[in-house]
Design a protein around this ligand. Structure first.
Ligand code: G4P
Length: 529
């Protein structure tokens, strides 16, 4: 039998966060190539319509050619067992993207060197900071004209509020890109253009800055600039502080080019060396050690309707401690029942395969006959405990939804409630109101289409949708405040969610500020707990 502690300690479970087009897919592919999990690029997201379906379970995905739900990719490299949690980012950005971050132990932030910190990166970063997980930065596309590396670091520090430590330093960019200088090894990794999707190793050159020979390789100008930059960096205040990295207060930064496969392998090696194996997670019985004897996991995502003939769902569970074995009996804590985990799957690139064994750090998909909710705990512990719940993240798009045929009221209510329970949408109603008027909130607009499609196909209900002009929602933290007494702008709406929590819908950030200024003591949250 495998040594459980050893298995767990070699696990690295992380998510890649970025704004669309920064190069997340390209980097993922290169990582998988190193791990030997795929043999050629283009498997993760075949470009230009040739998409290999990681999860082609829903018609809408096929029609639109995009993946609505995220998956998990596992591969081995250098003795490590690596789980990459895919965080959907384009039109398929949804609350699942945020929730996936709750299952990660660290994050890799990919930034386009010409664009810097972009909107979606900011949102995802915020969730990572909330959890205090380590964040590693890969500044991508150095083979194209890039902004000054100093500017990029300053932007990361200013906009995201995290200290930076460049592990390597770029020498030129775009047509003049010569490679990177590895600060610890004091070596130059020379960039050789080897075609668009080359997999050739870059040349390592042991070089002392100031050596005359470098003028020939880099050109006198870039050599002088590099010498100056490194002097400046080495003299700077920020030291490399591993404790700060572990706490998510300092991000190690790597420059490279995923497309040309430049700087990816050194990045992977350093990432694996510096990132953490699964750490203890908080529960209502205190922190639970991953290497403890008992198996435990929590559900962070529910994917509906894998099989159209049945209303089956797959619940994705992040294992937090111990060892999973197919067929094992566990307590489903929230359901108060013992259940047998007989059907379990794991996503591997484009296939779904059955898993017989898994360890803390791994993600497994469990057959769900409709009993699981997001945040539920499963464990074999004699004294069952609950992991800290997964917060509800603020949706950004809102619409009023009603059924076309009033005779189908029952199906409408049932469908809406079930889809909301899976976490695909959030539903809000008037304070003290019923389901007569429902406001649906989603993180990404595609979820509206998913809702419409599923109500039609699974519940045979047509809906009417009226988009609403709200852009933000906030949970009211103060238990003792009656929302009706709040002094608000006339376009701010008071609602409640299905847990009875009270919220405010705003048409602009300006209105949020207004509400806070005109209601002393009012406390608003971007996440619902
Ligand atoms: P995403 O998952 O973050 O959305 O980004 P993705 O990897 O799909 O990359 C977005 C575009 O940027 C792709 O071009 C990709 O080839 C390109 N790209 C990624 N990394 C680099 C890099 O290091 N250097 C350069 N020059 N380009 C990079 P596309 O035109 O949208 O797709 P394709 O037709 O080239 O495949």
């Amino acid at each position: 039998m495998k040594d459980i502690a050893q298995e767990i300690n070699r696990r690295r479970t992380f998510a890649i966060i970025s704004h669309p087009d920064a190069g997340k897919t390209t980097l993922t592919e290169k990582l998988l190539l190193y791990g030997g999990a795929i043999q050629q690029a283009g498997i993760v997201k075949g470009k230009k319509g040739a998409r290999a379906a990681v999860s082609d379970w829903m018609e809408i995905e096929k029609q639109r050619g995009i993946s609505v739900t995220s998956s998990v990719l596992q591969f081995r490299y250098g003795g490590y067992c690596i789980n990459i949690l895919d965080t959907p980012g384009h039109q398929d950005f949804s609350e699942d993207t945020y929730r996936t971050l709750m299952a990660a132990d660290s994050a890799v932030m990919v930034i386009d060197a010409a664009k810097g910190v972009e909107a979606q990166t900011k949102k995802l970063f915020k969730v990572c900071t909330m959890r205090g997980i380590p964040i590693f930065t890969f500044i991508n596309k150095m083979d194209r004209d890039a902004r000054s590396p100093f500017d990029l670091l300053e932007e990361i520090e200013q906009v995201l509020g995290i200290e930076t430590y460049p592990m390597n330093w770029p020498i030129g960019s775009g047509k003049d890109f010569k490679g990177v200088y590895d600060r610890a090894a004091k070596e130059i990794l020379a960039f050789e253009s080897v075609g668009k999707v080359g997999t050739k190793q870059a040349a390592k050159i042991e070089a002392h800055l100031g050596d005359a020979g470098l003028d020939g390789l880099l050109g006198a100008e870039l050599h002088a600039a590099l010498t100056d930059d490194i002097e400046l960096l080495d003299g700077a205040a920020y030291e490399f502080d591993k404790d700060k990295v572990d706490a998510g207060k300092l991000t190690p930064v790597f420059f490279g080019s995923a497309l040309t496969n430049f700087g990816v392998e050194p990045f992977l090696a350093d990432f694996l060396r510096l990132s953490l194996p699964p750490a203890p997670r908080n529960s209502d019985h205190g922190p639970i050690a991953p290497t403890g004897d008992d198996f435990s996991a929590f559900i962070f995502k529910i994917q509906a309707n894998m099989n159209k003939a049945h209303r089956d769902r797959i619940a994705f569970a992040r294992i937090c401690s111990g060892r999973f074995e197919r067929g094992m009996e566990v307590t489903h804590v929230q359901g108060g029942k013992k259940i047998k985990l007989a059907q379990s799957t794991q996503m591997m690139a484009s296939e779904r395969e059955t898993v017989d064994e898994a360890f803390a750090g791994d993600i497994i998909g469990l057959f769900d006959p409709g009993i699981f909710s997001i945040g539920d705990t499963l464990t074999t512990a004699k004294e069952p405990f609950r992991y800290e719940g997964i917060p509800t993240f603020a949706p950004e798009h809102f619409a009023r939804i009603s059924q076309v045929d009033t005779m189908k009221r029952k199906q409408f209510v049932k469908g809406m409630e079930q889809i909301a329970q899976e976490g695909a949408i959030q539903i809000f109603k008037e304070l003290g109101g019923g389901m007569e008027e429902v406001i649906v909130g989603v993180v990404g607009v595609l979820q509206f289409e998913v809702l419409e499609y599923r109500l039609k196909n699974e519940y045979n209900v047509d809906i009417r949708r009226q988009n609403l002009g709200y852009s933000s929602i906030r949970w009211i933290d103060n238990e003792d405040i009656d929302p009706k007494t709040l002094n608000l702008t006339s376009d701010t709406k008071r609602v409640e969610d299905f847990k009875g929590r009270r919220l405010l819908l705003f048409t602009s950030d300006w209105n949020i500020t207004w509400a806070l200024e005109h209601n002393p003591g009012l406390s608003l949250s971007e996440v619902g707990r």
